[in-house]
Design a protein around this ligand. Structure first.
Ligand SMILES: Nc1nc2c(ncn2[C@@H]2O[C@H](COP(=O)(O)OP(=O)(O)OP(=O)(O)O)[C@@H](O)[C@H]2O)c(=O)[nH]1
Ligand SMILES: [Mg+2]
Length: 619
């Protein structure tokens, strides 16, 4: 991810006391992070990431609350395998038996919190409030809270769970090991998981037993130091202790001699006096820095990928299947239409006749009625619902007709084709490296659209379109048609008039009064008009053909183009639109990362150099 602009958050003044002024910035980040994580994303967060982000948001909240006080509390948490002596060590540090310690395994089930009496329990983190609280009066430990925890590694998994729930509260983890258990896999793995999240100091307890192991190879403390160095801890703080001895000494049960190199005193001194206010501030600041770094890393992992180029490639690769689909669908619809060509011709004929007037119109209507006797789009088409309405509007006819055709076609083939198309598009997208888990749902939902309705509309519109072209042509054909219509409208009445005038003339001719006008003469005008109408009809059929065969190709071409356009408008945009949505989501993530980096940067500039370097591992 591109590095975000590292600007100071506006809430962070330059020279304010560091910890308190940090709280509002952390709260703002917490709010933004929480609201982002709660949104639904196209690039959905995996449950694992969502849980991680929720945990980090809770950590931000905890840190903000913990820092928004005059004297922040430092939580030192003992962590280690069962039986290493954690509870004994806390007892020794407390100078009395406050935590249950025993040889039965595991012993500690309920964490013990050892804190100064001046700290009100409601100031403690909620996770600590429910533990066994043991107040003390030792001024040197006033700002520090020592927590004994259940083991990491016994068979009782609830113990481990309790520890994992408590760990986020820890500022410093006191990693306790014993001669046989300083490097158990389970405990060590947990340490490795946590080492970037908080400060660590190490205790090698039961030092009295470690010495007996001499001669078997490397000394355990040296071995541990070596392993820690390999994990980036350049000068780790390791204390060798005999907790049992000090506890017994405190309760006057043991006056014996300590083994050489024992460092319980140093540990106590470090806890009481080494961790000064400045050190505590630094650990807190560093803890916030580590939290922010974890947040940034998690956000970067959760950021959606850039799919712009995959979307372009997919869109281009979809052209072929979409074109083929349009062609095949047009053919299927046309085949469904074909048995009804008589109805279509009828429909076209009726439309064409609208432009004729008078005798010609009357004649054409008569012919059409005879030719398509009993036929109407509504009544003749087998799958069209019957209506009792005598004269339903034309648009109704056409819409119902095309819908019925499309239904029949869909029942037969198109539904199956629709599903196959979705699969084909997804396979093609996959070959262009478009992540299918993102694309499948939107493409499938488009495949489930009411395509029958769409095909019906397309058919109806293309029919209307073709009809318009044929009944209202452009260019040369238009002039021919207009001329023909004009002639057809005027010639029959003129012919009738002329025949009548001729008849009357002959009937009343003054020079030929005795002429006998027969019935044949009386029929002549009608015969003339009929002849004219027939000739004109032939001409109309010749110049304005309304046969299915003559419009089929045109119709097919237009239907295919129209379907292609339809498929295109529905499917082609999906990969690009999704890529755009992801880009927007990516921008939101980058904004959050930038906000977090802003706080980190501000912290780095103010981090004081104190004696805490040894508590942290490096990369
Ligand atoms: N020899 C020796 N034994 C010790 C020392 N410290 C503790 N022990 C013994 O080790 C056993 C376990 O001690 P605990 O303090 O209960 O150990 P823990 O780590 O709290 O164990 P869990 O609560 O089960 O996690 C006890 O029997 C202690 O007496 C030590 O320095 N030397
Ligand atoms: Mg214990």
């Amino acid at each position: 991810m591109a590095p975000a602009v590292q600007s100071l958050p506006p809430t962070l003044p330059d020279n304010a006391p560091i910890l308190r002024t940090l709280a509002p910035a952390l709260r703002s980040l917490e709010r933004n992070l929480a609201s982002w994580a709660d949104q639904t994303h196209r690039y959905a967060l995996t449950p694992h990431r969502k849980a991680a982000l929720d945990g980090l948001t809770a950590d931000l909240h905890r840190q903000a609350d913990g820092l928004d006080v005059d004297r922040p509390l430092l939580v030192v948490m003992l962590m280690g395998g069962t039986g290493v002596g954690k509870s004994t060590l806390l007892n020794a540090l407390a100078g009395g038996s406050i935590a249950q310690a025993s040889f039965t395994r595991p012993t500690t089930r309920d964490p013990v919190v050892y804190y100064h009496e001046t700290v009100r329990p409601d100031r403690l983190d909620p996770a600590l409030r429910h533990c066994r609280l043991v107040p003390h009066e030792r001024a040197n430990l006033a700002q520090k809270i020592l927590v004994d925890t259940p083991d990491v590694d016994s068979n009782d998994l609830t113990n481990r769970e309790k520890l994992i729930n408590l760990l986020p509260v820890a500022d410093v983890v006191l990693f306790v090991g014993s001669q046989e258990k300083y490097h158990d896999q389970l405990v060590w793995n947990l340490f490795l998981q946590q080492r970037r999240r908080r400060a660590f100091a190490f205790v090698l307890n039961k030092w009295d037993r470690c010495l007996h192991a001499e001669g078997t190879g490397v000394r355990p403390d040296e071995d541990l130091r070596h392993d820690l160095e390999a994990e980036g801890f350049q000068s780790p703080l390791i204390f060798r202790t005999c907790a049992q001895f000090w506890l017994e000494k405190a309760t006057a049960q043991n006056q014996g001699k300590l083994p050489e190199g024992e460092q319980f005193g140093e540990l106590l001194h470090w806890l009481e006096l080494g961790l000064t206010r400045a050190e505590i501030d630094s650990i807190k600041v560093r803890g916030v820095g580590q939290l922010l770094a974890t947040i940034q890393g998690t956000l970067e992992e959760a950021a959606p990928p850039d799919l712009t180029s995959a979307a372009q490639k997919t869109q281009a690769a979809w052209e072929l299947p979409l074109t083929e689909e349009a062609g095949a669908t047009a053919e299927i619809l046309l085949n469904t239409l074909e048995p009804n060509q008589k109805e279509i011709e009828h429909h076209f004929a009726l439309e064409g006749q609208r432009r004729f007037r008078g005798l010609m119109a009357w004649y054409l209507q008569l012919i059409t009625r005879t030719r398509f006797a009993g036929s109407s789009l509504r009544q003749r088409i087998p799958f069209l619902p019957r209506s009792r309405e005598p004269d339903a509007p034309r648009a109704w006819d056409l819409a119902m007709f095309t819908r019925a055709c499309s239904d029949v076609a869909a029942n037969r083939e198109l539904d199956a084709r629709g599903k196959a198309l979705v699969n084909r598009l997804l396979v093609v997208a996959d070959s262009q490296n478009y992540p299918l888990w993102l694309l499948t749902e939107p493409v499938e939902s488009l495949g489930a659209l009411d395509w029958r309705q769409r095909y019906a509309i397309a058919l109806s519109e293309v029919l209307a379109d073709v009809e318009k072209t044929w009944t209202r042509p452009k260019g040369m054909r238009r002039w021919v048609q207009t001329g023909l219509i004009w002639v057809a409208n005027w010639l029959p009445p003129l012919a009738l008039l002329a025949a009548l005038v001729n008849f009357l003339w002959r009937f009343f001719d003054p020079k030929d009064r005795g002429y006998d006008v027969g019935w044949k003469d009386a029929l002549l005008p009608a015969v003339v008009v009929l002849a004219v109408l027939i000739i004109l009809h032939l001409l109309i059929n010749l110049l304005m053909p309304l046969r299915w065969a003559s419009i089929r190709d045109e119709f097919r071409k237009r239907l295919e183009a129209r379907l292609r356009q339809d498929l295109d408008s529905v499917y082609s945009r999906v990969p690009g639109d999704l890529a755009d949505a992801l880009k927007e989501e990516r921008r939101q993530v980058e904004k959050l990362v930038a906000e977090s980096q802003g706080v980190s940067h501000w912290l780095e500039q103010r981090e004081k150099s104190t004696q805490i370097a040894g508590l942290y591992g490096h990369e």
